[in-house]
Design a protein around this ligand. Structure first.
Ligand code: ZN
Ligand code: ZN
Length: 361
């Protein structure tokens, strides 16, 4: 990502301070720091004022901060960052400092507050950077495209190695190994591989159980590549599926396609959720669909908007979201199908290239 893109993002924050009645904004949450500066270290604070941005970190990240965040003033703190940040707030004479309540521990908040000069105060400004992050730039969309491609290639690579009796854990390990070999930094979340009745657990952890003939297998996997997430769920069947598997699979696929069809700039997220939900209700499976239809993704695997019943966010071109309806039946199993898509003015671009036919092996 070009350095100027980070400058522009910090410029947008600096330019938005006045309307939020703030003199400065403090970012301490890693994905937001990365978004605003390019800095990928685990310990950092960024103070944005109308005139300048200062990135605070510790000596472990000195070299890295200078190369990743060239557009910022960089301050290397010898000890904890908070006293340095408070010192800068005092020196710059800023009064109202926006901070991210959901992203800061009470400890850190108290420590910062106790060090501020009398006239300075902390003002909640949560969700601001997350809102900016919702619409991806062309460079970010390209990172997501790449992450999605790698993820799908890793799936194909690992499926080709799947043999009778493979354990869930081993298959998950192969999927993650494949991702890394193909260019990902790491999995975006703990890979889900669950066979048989365990596929009814939407967030099952891979177990030591071997994948059994005649059973459904849910695979939910995602990669981080160049910092950006991908997310995909596919179903496998070992053997030839019976009538119920085929019927439920068809219903979930229909719901997924209906939701994808509803995606377009200007449409409320809840309407996309409604499209999936209504389809499953039509098949008598409404109550078995126990989660939202999808979520935004980018520097985090789950970020706004939420594609759920109550989310009124209007989709915008450039948002990256997942579409993943599922049906979960206790004692039988579960079926979910998930793609990553990019919202466009007239619809969406389905980024996930993997076939959505039930993969029987
Ligand atoms: Zn997923
Ligand atoms: Zn997902």
């Amino acid at each position: 990502m070009a350095g100027s893109e980070f400058d522009d993002r910090r410029g947008a924050v600096a330019g938005g301070l006045a309307e939020r009645k703030l003199d400065a904004f403090l970012a301490a949450f890693s994905p937001n720091l990365r978004y605003l500066t390019g800095f990928t270290g685990s310990n950092g604070n960024l103070l944005v004022t109308p005139e300048k941005s200062i990135l605070f970190t510790d000596p472990r990240y000195a070299i890295q901060a200078h190369s990743e965040s060239a557009g910022c003033r960089i301050k290397i703190a010898k000890g904890p960052l908070t006293p340095e940040v408070a010192g800068a707030i005092a020196r710059l004479g800023v009064k109202r400092v926006g901070y991210e309540p959901a992203r800061m521990t009470c400890d850190l908040y108290e420590s910062l507050k106790s060090r501020l000069p009398m006239r300075a105060s902390l003002q909640p400004a949560g969700g601001w950077i997350e809102e900016l992050r919702m619409v991806k730039s062309p460079a970010e969309a390209e990172c997501i495209r790449r992450s999605v491609r790698t993820n799908s290639r890793a799936f194909e690579w690992a499926v080709a190695r799947l043999g009778p009796g493979t354990k869930e854990q081993d298959f998950a390990a192969e999927l993650e190994y494949g991702m890394r070999r193909l260019g990902a930094e790491r999995p975006a979340f703990e890979t889900i591989v669950a066979g048989g009745v365990r596929s009814a657990l939407p967030h099952a952890q891979p177990s030591a159980a071997p994948l059994k003939q005649g059973g459904l297998v849910v695979v939910d996997m995602g990669a981080f590549e160049r910092g950006y997430a991908s997310d995909m769920t596919r179903m496998l069947f070992l053997g030839s599926p019976g009538a119920k598997v085929k019927r439920v699979y068809k219903a979930v696929l229909e719901a997924q396609l209906a939701a994808i069809d509803a995606v377009r700039a200007g449409v409320a997220a809840a309407r996309v959720d409604r499209a999936a939900r209504a389809t499953l209700e039509g098949h008598g499976l409404g109550r078995a669909f126990v989660h939202s239809t999808g979520h935004g993704l980018g520097l985090e695997i789950h970020e706004p908007p939420r594609i759920g019943k109550r989310d009124k966010t209007r989709l915008k071109a450039g948002m990256a979201i997942t579409i993943e309806p599922g049906v979960y039946i206790e004692g039988w199993g579960g079926i979910r199908i998930e793609d990553t898509v990019l919202v466009t003015e007239s619809g969406c671009e389905i980024l996930t290239p993997t076939s959505k036919e039930l993969l029987c092996i």
